[in-house]
Design a protein around this ligand. Structure first.
Ligand code: 13P
Ligand code: SF4
Length: 326
């Protein structure tokens, strides 16, 4: 089967009930489908597991199935492959990249580490396998604060690649951190002015902000946290309205879990759109998911020499998370 385009480009009968076919193939092949909260609503609804990056890594490490389809971006598929190298790991469209992971290439990151000897290297999960292989501990936005705070107070830390998350962790833990200058183009794009307008329009609303957003937005927030932490906060807060400054896919789960509350997507600058989407995440469609299950392609491959090196800091993260994050 031809996967030159990065996904299976096979014709699909338009009369087919794609959802029913996906469910049939999942069962027939014994495959597990994982989806990130930023996926399209119909992908989230058909997945066996949905979650933030931390939850998906935790789940992947325990799965029994031999075929794992990660509906998310490429580094998420790589994380699964590193944890389960003997399994078939599929991302339905390999073009689903990540601007943040791309902002930190392994050779430059290697030179950065060499220039700062004596530092513990902490990398966000949004990185390539090659960057993880240079890392001591991987973190996600769901555990970065707890993991950094658990290290000895005098430990010198290199943190990469997200400057906003890095500076947030540095400020909240007071640790000695050198931060790589990378960012996510989606989370840096929110318009402070448009959000301030929304806050005037909805004076009772709480602002929920992902730590990949810039500092001024974090300062305005009622809650700064990973997608799972923002979802939890929305469920537990007595407030009825929330302005949500992260990728708008999360609103689907928020609305499902809190049908009587109102969620308003925060808008990006330079756009007439009311919400902010990650185009990489939205590359995964029901048709691509169906074809990927049908042909068990395209597979995520990780250089076998990198696997043990990249696995060690991911396992370290999972071990610390189990102790530190409920
Ligand atoms: P979390 O789901 O860990 O909050 O990650 C956000 C993100 O940008 C994933 O690419
Ligand atoms: Fe990467 Fe940003 Fe998209 Fe997340 S939202 S996958 S960090 S580009």
């Amino acid at each position: 089967m031809n996967i030159d385009k990065g996904y299976v480009d096979a014709p699909v009968d338009p009369a087919l009930d794609l959802k029913a076919e996906i469910l049939r193939l999942k069962k027939e092949k014994g495959a597990a489908v994982l989806a990130h909260y930023y996926q399209q609503a119909e992908i989230q609804d058909i997945a066996d597991y949905i979650g933030d990056s931390l939850a998906l890594a935790r789940i992947a490490a325990t799965l029994k199935e031999d075929i794992i389809v990660m509906c998310g971006v490429h580094f998420m598929g790589e994380t699964v492959k590193i944890l389960c190298p003997e399994k078939k790991v599929i991302v339905p469209d390999l073009n689903a990249g990540c601007s943040l992971a791309d902002s930190c290439q392994a050779p430059e990151f290697g030179r950065f580490i060499e220039a700062h000897p004596g530092h513990t290297v902490i990398s966000y999960v949004n990185t390539s396998a090659a960057v993880k292989a240079l890392t001591d501990i991987v973190v996600t936005s769901g555990n970065a604060k707890e993991i950094v705070a658990s290290l000895p107070e005098d430990e010198k830390i290199i943190f990469g690649p997200d400057r906003n998350l890095g500076n947030y962790i540095k400020a909240t833990t007071g640790r000695d951190m050198i931060i790589w200058d990378g960012a996510c183009h989606v989370h840096e794009q929110f318009s402070l002015e448009k959000i301030a307008e929304l806050m005037k329009q909805y004076p009772g609303a709480e602002l929920l902000v992902h730590p990949e957003c810039k500092k001024p937005l974090q300062i305005m927030a009622s809650k700064v946290g990973s997608t799972a932490a923002l979802l939890k906060y929305a469920k537990e807060s007595p407030c009825r309205q929330f302005i949500v400054a992260t990728e708008s896919g999360i609103l689907h789960q928020m609305q499902k879990d809190c049908p009587d509350k109102e969620f308003i997507p925060a808008p990006p600058a330079d756009s007439t759109c009311a919400c902010n989407e990650c185009a990489f995440m939205k590359l995964i469609t029901l048709t691509k998911l169906y074809n990927s299950l049908r042909y068990e392609l395209p597979l995520v491959e990780v250089d076998s020499r990198l696997i043990p090196l990249a696995k060690r800091p991911i396992l370290r993260m999972l071990e610390l998370s189990d102790k530190l994050v409920k």
